[in-house]
Design a protein around this ligand. Structure first.
Ligand code: AHR
Length: 501
């Protein structure tokens, strides 16, 4: 068996991990909202029309925030269509996904859904076909305490409840660099739109809000970094975050290469870290802008056609073990870059490229659910820099990459150390030693392991637990070091109580 070591030191850390890296994304797309989150005629739904089995699984993901209503959908969406008495809401043709949108689920329902899963809403305003005034009006509708036409409308639409929706996270449009996007414009034009919207939205002043500008929609875009630089240089003073998106693919069916996705994700995060530093320096600014990785996942198999139907089966990707291992690497990379990444959203949450699939009589938990749920539950505190000694393997055109991908979190208040470890090897198990210079590991170590012999193993309605976490043995030696075995193709989340030396 091959071996690897991870060395830690409590002072070698990159700062606090923002819990909002454990976010999700719910778009009006396919069966995400309708038949996913909201299904009022289904016996499994509560009086609000929310599927209770979906709510329960969402609670298990402990998502700090959920982004809504898109995605591409957001760029031609009129938020006013989705509020008020349902019978008066218009049915619309959705430009983004060629579907029929009944608008029976809108802002008020979304905020209530977030409350039901103990999460915070993040709303993307329409900067495609919409105006800065529309965006500011949406903020006013959500956050103003009362006494204005829009805030009183919210109160009336919510049976007299005066509690503001208190939406603090707002995205200034979506993927505006993409020619597929409604209202797509060059970077300079988008920067003007975003800056104007930001100023108006903040100007409503009812409550402080945080704003994310749309970054380049992926590393393969011709304007990657150039778009982001233009937007950052123009909007630096009015935004808090720039958005990054990535969907990982294994079209060539090359698992060793695919399993090295973390190398690419790290490199994207390094690109943004460098750009953010550059723009800050150019502007001689004391302010920081951070990264919001507000769409990430594996997605390359499922698409489908909208055919102008309601809730069509779109993007219903079936996830396997190797996809779960890639998802774990996204989260590991966000933790390692905790000083840059403050927000991130798994795209998406139900039915559409999602950890959960529904049918009329139940829910299916997909493989990618598990790394997210485990890490969202156990990762807390500061991100410790893992000094990793690991064998390498050949990952196609990515060259020689580390077999072991590791991230570590240390919560000084509870004395808990949490490590997330991925063995990327398709052939070899790995004996891993964990060693913390100034932290003695105590005996109460625990861990969970996600693995399978077959990288393509997936859960389905006949075998819903094929890929599911199992207990992992973690041994603590007299020398205060921990050892464990990672089978090939595995992800482990390990928790150890530590004492400072
Ligand atoms: O998440 C699916 C789609 O992917 C989103 O609508 C869009 O932002 C991205 O291209």
């Amino acid at each position: 068996m091959k071996s690897a070591t991870v060395r830690l030191m409590s002072c070698a850390n990159v700062g606090p991990i923002d819990r909002r890296i454990f976010g999700g994304f719910l778009e009006h797309l396919g069966r995400a909202v309708y038949e996913g989150a909201y299904d009022p005629d289904n016996p499994l739904s509560n009086p609000q029309g929310f599927r209770t089995d979906v709510l329960e699984l969402m609670r298990g993901l402990r998502m700090a925030t959920v982004r809504y209503p898109g995605g591409n959908f957001a760029s031609a969406y009129n938020w006013r269509d989705g509020v008020g008495p349902r019978e008066q809401r218009p049915v619309r043709a959705d430009f983004a996904w060629q579907s029929i949108e009944p608008n029976t689920f809108g802002t008020d329902e979304f905020v209530a859904w977030c409350r039901a899963i103990d999460s915070k809403p993040m709303i993307t305003v329409n900067l495609g076909t919409g105006t800065a005034a529309d965006a500011a009006a949406w903020v006013e509708y959500c956050n103003f305490p009362g006494g204005t036409a829009l805030s009183d409308m919210r109160i009336a639409n919510n049976a007299g409840d005066r509690t503001p929706h208190d939406v603090t996270l707002w995205c200034l449009g979506n993927e505006m660099d993409g020619p597929w996007q409604a209202g797509h414009v060059p970077a300079e034009a988008y920067a003007l739109r975003a800056d104007q919207a930001a100023r108006l939205m903040r100007g409503i002043g009812a409550a402080p809000i945080e704003l994310t500008a749309a970054g380049s929609s992926g590393r393969t875009m011709p304007g990657y970094m150039q778009w982001d630089r233009t937007v950052l240089e123009y909007c630096w003073d009015t935004i808090d975050y720039i958005a990054a998106h990535r969907y990982s693919e294994n079209r060539a069916n090359d698992s060793p290469r695919f399993l090295a996705e973390g190398v690419e994700i790290d490199s994207i995060l390094d690109d943004y870290a460098a750009l953010l530093r550059y723009v800050k320096a150019r502007r001689k600014s004391v302010k920081n802008v951070y990264l919001s990785f507000d769409e990430w996942n594996v997605w390359y198999r499922a698409r489908g056609e909208g055919n102008w139907s309601h809730a069509p089966h779109l993007l219903e990707e079936v996830y396997n073990l190797e996809d779960a291992l890639v998802c774990a690497q996204y989260l590991n990379a966000f933790i390692r870059h905790a000083d840059v990444v403050k927000l991130a959203c798994l795209a998406q949450v139900v039915n559409v490229i999602a950890p959960v699939l529904t049918r009329a009589d139940g829910v299916l938990v997909q493989s990618i659910y598990h790394p997210f749920a485990l890490m969202a539950e156990h990762v807390a505190g500061v991100s410790l820099t893992p000094f990793v000694g690991t064998p390498l393997y050949t990952a196609g055109d990515r060259g020689e990459v580390p077999v072991l991908d590791a991230a570590a979190a240390y919560d000084e208040t509870t004395g808990r150390l949490c490590m997330s470890l991925v063995n990327r090897s398709t052939t070899d198990a790995l004996r891993v030693t964990l060693d913390a210079a100034d932290l003695t590991m105590q005996s109460d170590a625990a861990g969970e392991l996600i693995t399978h012999d077959d990288p393509k193993a997936h859960n389905d309605w006949d075998a819903p637990q094929r890929v599911t976490p199992k207990a992992l043995a973690v041994e603590i030696g007299d020398d205060g070091r921990a050892t464990l075995t990672l089978p090939r193709l595995s992800h482990a989340v390990v928790r150890i109580t530590v004492r400072k030396r």
